[in-house]
Design a protein around this ligand. Structure first.
Ligand SMILES: *Cc1c(COP(=O)(O)O)cnc(C)c1O
Length: 367
């Protein structure tokens, strides 16, 4: 279905003010945003307008009860200078999976994709072409009803804005296994990209930072042994010649990067296992010299190599032990994966799974 999206161009572009060689992550925003309002059971007033503040009542239901979900994806320019999106339909589907869990309305996939394509088509000049840079795309939805009461909102906003970004992590990360806090449990909301999950992770992450680590390696809530994710990324291990990643069991975010890497690995005939993996297994593999690589995977960092993992042997131990991981230079599989993914996205390599979608550029001046 084709939707009617109105366009209200900005009168003053901020593009000239941006230094594309030095972009702080997530603090610079492109000229326009897509907005749709859900009222009386339907999405309406579809529009692209200048990026800017939105007003709301202090009694906005989301501020109090947290009906808020988001997506994160990236736009690039390919070899021909055309904007491209990577697996955008997967993001539309996951937004709707998150929406269902949070009792929010579905955003029709066609609406998500059309709004996204038109926005990128208008603000295509904001896509950085400097190495490892991209246009970060943030679709999100939240309840807008003015009401004090724990009930699903009767109205919502779905919006998309974009932000040019440089490289996310510049050095390998140090993880500390959680032994006190949990991110998610099966049956909870960890599988949804729901705002509250990230608020819940702030204190544990801050404590980890204070102790000298970059990210938490999240574990299960029963004995803190079963590994889930690291920070806000999925986690991968290479043990011997097998790539292992925790199976999605309701407590793990179904990362699109995770899914993509699993495809690429299987295409190459590399052995892949989605299964439960414990800290004990890592300790044993490390001792045997078979723990070859550990990395986080997610849209922002793509692949973030892990340099060491610290863990508490027993939940209540005062001191941790540390597994030092092999030199980054030795990690051919993950290095190649990152390169391959970059090449597929920019058109330097064939795209057999039809993951890359070119965006039609819109001549803003002509509107
Ligand atoms: C978004 C996210 C990921 C990664 O998902 P991608 O689709 O690969 O970006 C992993 N874990 C958590 C908790 C996340 O929020």
């Amino acid at each position: 279905m084709k939707y009617n999206i109105s366009f209200h161009p900005t009168t003053k572009s901020n593009l000239d003010a941006v230094d594309f060689n030095n972009i702080p992550f997530g603090e610079t925003f492109s000229d326009h945003m897509f907005v749709a309002d859900y009222r009386n059971g339907a999405w309406q007033d579809l529009r692209i307008e200048p990026f800017g503040p939105i007003t709301m009542s202090p009694a906005n239901i989301t501020l109090h009860y947290g009906q808020s979900i988001f997506e994160g994806m990236k736009a690039f320019k390919n070899q021909n200078g055309m904007p491209v999106l990577f697996r955008p339909e997967m993001h539309a589907q996951r937004l709707n999976a998150s929406a269902a869990r949070m009792c929010m309305p579905d955003v029709p996939e066609d609406l998500f994709l059309q709004g996204l394509n038109e926005l990128i088509g208008i603000d295509h000049a904001w896509i950085p072409t400097t190495p490892n840079s991209s246009l970060y795309v943030r679709p999100f939805m939240f309840g807008t009803q003015e009401k004090i009461g724990v009930k699903p909102s009767s109205s919502y906003k779905f919006m998309i804005f974009t932000a040019p970004v440089g490289p996310y992590y510049d050095k390998p990360i140090k993880l500390i296994a959680a032994n006190k806090y949990v991110r998610a449990v099966p049956g909870g909301v960890g599988e949804a990209k729901a705002a509250g999950n990230y608020a819940a992770g702030l204190l544990p992450t801050q404590e980890a930072h204070d102790a000298g680590f970059d990210q938490i390696m999240w574990t299960d809530n029963r004995n803190y042994q079963q590994i889930q994710e690291c920070g806000t990324m999925n986690i991968f291990f290479i043990i011997g010649d097998t790539v292992v990643t925790p199976e999605t069991n309701g407590a793990i975010l179904k990362g699109i990067t995770r899914n993509t890497l699993l495809h690429l690995l299987r295409d190459k005939g590399i052995k892949v296992e989605e299964r439960a993996i414990t800290i004990n297994e890592l300790v044993e593999a490390h001792a045997a010299g078979t723990l070859k690589d550990v990395f986080g995977a997610g849209t922002a960092a793509v692949i973030a190599p892990v340099s060491e993992i610290s863990y508490y042997e027993n939940k209540d131990d005062a001191n941790y032990k540390t597994l030092k991981l092999p030199a980054i230079e030795s990690r051919d599989i993950s290095k190649n994966l990152k390169k391959e993914l970059h090449e597929i996205r920019t058109g330097l390599r064939p795209d057999p799974h039809n993951w890359v979608h070119e965006v039609a550029v819109r001549d803003v001046a002509a509107v």
